[in-house]
Design a protein around this ligand. Structure first.
Ligand code: VGL
Ligand code: ZN
Length: 204
């Protein structure tokens, strides 16, 4: 097993684990609730190692350009301050650092790095490697991972803690493929910690 040894320079980044992206939410991701248990285990793991946890949230103004009423592709979701924008109940986010994104009415931002200063924040804290998890694989996780890689961070992708919208049935698979091609390494959680997900060709 290729165990991942966590230490200084590591951080966990949880992408948009919000009520509107859970089944029953206004932009519910199929099986989106399946990410919650593994995310809590990841949070535990990072806390055990005294490593920082970051959590992004989609935090749109009421008339955001991504909403159908404004000509965008999505139903109204994650309006700043609304119930649907809250973090999923049951997530042990306690002292996680919150990163709000897509807060400007006329700009959409799928990536947690877009317009948030996150890359500088992480660098200032000496962070070099991220485990990324959350929702949704084919939008905000994808764009966050690609931006993290472009900004020079190493990226491990917790595959059991992501789920896709799949507007087209294979969007999630294509996103995963794209993230791997750019250098993200799929990892799995075991009782002991993180291991490279060899079934997904982590070594490729
Ligand atoms: C997202 C669609 C619209 C996401 C955000 O978090 O993946 N998807 N806004
Ligand atoms: Zn959004």
């Amino acid at each position: 097993m290729s165990a991942i040894v966590l230490g200084g320079g590591d951080a966990l980044l949880i992408v948009d684990p919000q009520v509107d992206f859970l089944p029953g939410g206004s932009l519910g991701v199929p099986q989106g609730d399946a990410v919650l248990a593994p995310i809590n285990r990841l949070i535990d793991l990072y806390r055990t190692h005294a490593l920082p946890v970051y959590v992004s949230r989609d935090w749109h103004p009421a008339l955001h350009c991504s909403f159908a009423g404004q000509g965008g592709p999505w139903p109204v979701h994650c309006v700043a301050g609304s119930d649907g924008a809250r973090f999923a109940p049951g997530l042990q986010l306690d002292d996680a650092v919150v990163v709000s994104k897509a807060t400007t009415v006329d700009v959409d931002a799928y990536s947690a790095f877009n317009g948030t200063g996150l890359a500088d924040t992480l660098r200032e804290r000496g962070i070099r490697r991220l485990v990324v998890c959350g929702l949704a694989t084919d939008y905000c996780v994808l764009n966050t991972v690609l931006d993290a890689l472009a900004a020079g961070f190493d990226v491990l992708l917790a595959t059991e803690a992501i789920r896709a919208v799949n507007v087209n049935a294979d969007d999630g698979d294509l996103a995963l493929q794209q993230m791997r091609e750019r250098g993200a390494m799929p990892v799995q959680l075991t009782g002991a910690g993180l291991v490279a997900d060899l079934a997904l060709g982590a070594a490729a």
